[in-house]
Design a binder for this molecule. Structure first.
Ligand code: NDP
Ligand code: GDR
Length: 326
């Protein structure tokens, strides 16, 4: 039975990945921070086989202890301050967790393996935000980075640390450069979930508007369940490498509004959407779209859910949740 340690198991991707690995027969360990993190109960309810280990990406000894408990063959480093908007307001914390946290996890593996880093396979959750003010379209693994937020800068640091430990210590370390991926488990602060929940509440008569920032930005949105499959596939190859994972199709926030309102029968949403500078970013990433040809060719990865199916799935889920909450 293979053993895996997932950091960030309480997040969107962590839950999907834990389910995937459990279904494959792995013994799954999940790193959870804090002394009484209420999300531990959610993880235990949704993925009952997961074994919880305490630890924090800002605390190296706790990461070494977690490895000693889990004794994993595979480590998936998904933990991060992941909300781009927050990263300007808490830039130092973002650098510490999202950037230096990667170094700490790699160091913990180096210490735990006594220097033979090839014994533990490592996945780093890198991001399309590293491309930021894009240098070419679509973005591929070799596209130069130009991050536009403290989050993006921290992810670039984590990405290069992952590459560096592979080249310096022979680590089996992969960086997955994943474009936006969403699901009914997406945090409410992200624009897709904010929109699908808002639309559900408007449809149910529980709200009369949604307040957003920039409606012109374009993102390449896929389904989180598909993307964790790519993470796992990266760690099953003969050689470690870096991969872009994306759908290859970009949509604007306006397209997202069209799809979400359209699904509940509202064709003209202009009266329901307000804009507020509070939700504008100091520096925006205007247009991201990835080319996942390498992942398709080498990992055999493909998406199973397209944009329209994704939005429908999220709106339906929020209609049910909001109707229940009343
Ligand atoms: P979430 O925001 O849903 O989850 C973040 C996780 O990190 C949570 O489990 C959180 O724990 C944990 N965490 C935060 N700080 C610490 C810390 N100091 N020590 C330990 N754990 C911590 O993110 P997603 O699931 O959406 O994303 C997973 C990873 O993939 C992240 O690294 C993100 O940056 C990256 N990524 C995500 C993309 C996406 O579109 N979803 C695209 C590209 C990259 P808690 O619940 O206790 O707060
Ligand atoms: P992103 O996702 O920054 O791409 O990062 P988010 O959903 O926060 O923003 C996407 C785009 O929507 C615009 N936008 C708004 N965003 C939010 N959150 N709230 C609003 O009200 C709003 N109005 C407009 C934003 O300006 C932006 O252009 C996500 C995270 O999961 C990262 O961790 C991950 O690395 C990247 O995706 C890939």
């Amino acid at each position: 039975m293979k053993r895996a340690l997932i950091t960030g198991i309480t997040g969107q991707d962590g839950l999907y990945l834990a389910e995937l690995l459990s279904a494959k027969g792995y013994r799954v360990f999940g790193l959870i921070r804090g002394q009484s993190n209420p999300k531990a109960a959610v993880v235990e309810r949704l993925v009952p086989n997961v074994e919880i280990v305490g630890g924090d990406l800002t605390d190296l000894p706790s990461l070494i202890s977690a490895l000693e408990v889990a004794q994993p063959e595979e480590v998936y480093n998904l933990a991060a301050v992941s909300f781009v908007g927050l990263s300007w307001r808490q830039a130092e914390l973002t650098g510490d967790v999202t950037g230096l946290g990667v170094l700490r996890m790699l160091e913990a593996i180096r210490i735990y393996t006594g220097g033979d880093m090839s014994k533990v396979r490592f996945y780093q959750a890198s991001s399309s935000e590293m491309f930021g003010k894009v240098r070419e379209t679509p973005q591929v693994e070799t596209t130069p980075f130009y991050p536009r937020s403290p989050y993006g800068v921290a992810k670039v640091y984590g990405h290069y640390m992952t590459v560096n430990y592979r080249e310096s210590y022979g680590a089996y370390a992969c960086s997955g450069i994943l474009f936006n991926h969403e699901s009914p488990r997406r945090g409410y602060e992200f624009v897709t979930r904010k929109v699908t929940r808002g639309v559900a509440r408007i449809k149910l008569g529980l709200a009369d508007s949604i307040t957003l920032g920039n409606l012109e930005a374009k993102r390449d949105w896929g389904f989180a369940g598909d993307y964790v499959e790519a993470m796992w596939r990266m760690l099953q190859q003969d050689e470690p490498d870096d991969y872009v994972v994306a759908t290859g199709v970009a949509h604007s926030i306006r397209d997202l509004l069209d799809a979400a309102f359209g699904h509940v029968g509202i064709d003209d949403w202009s009266g329901y959407v307000k804009q507020d500078p509070r939700f504008m970013r100091p520096a925006e990433v205007d247009h991201l779209v990835g080319d996942a040809s390498k992942a398709t060719k080498q990992l055999g990865w493909t998406q199973t859910v397209d944009f329209s199916q994704l939005v429908t799935m999220m709106v339906d889920n929020d209609l049910e949740l909001e109707a229940r909450a009343g």
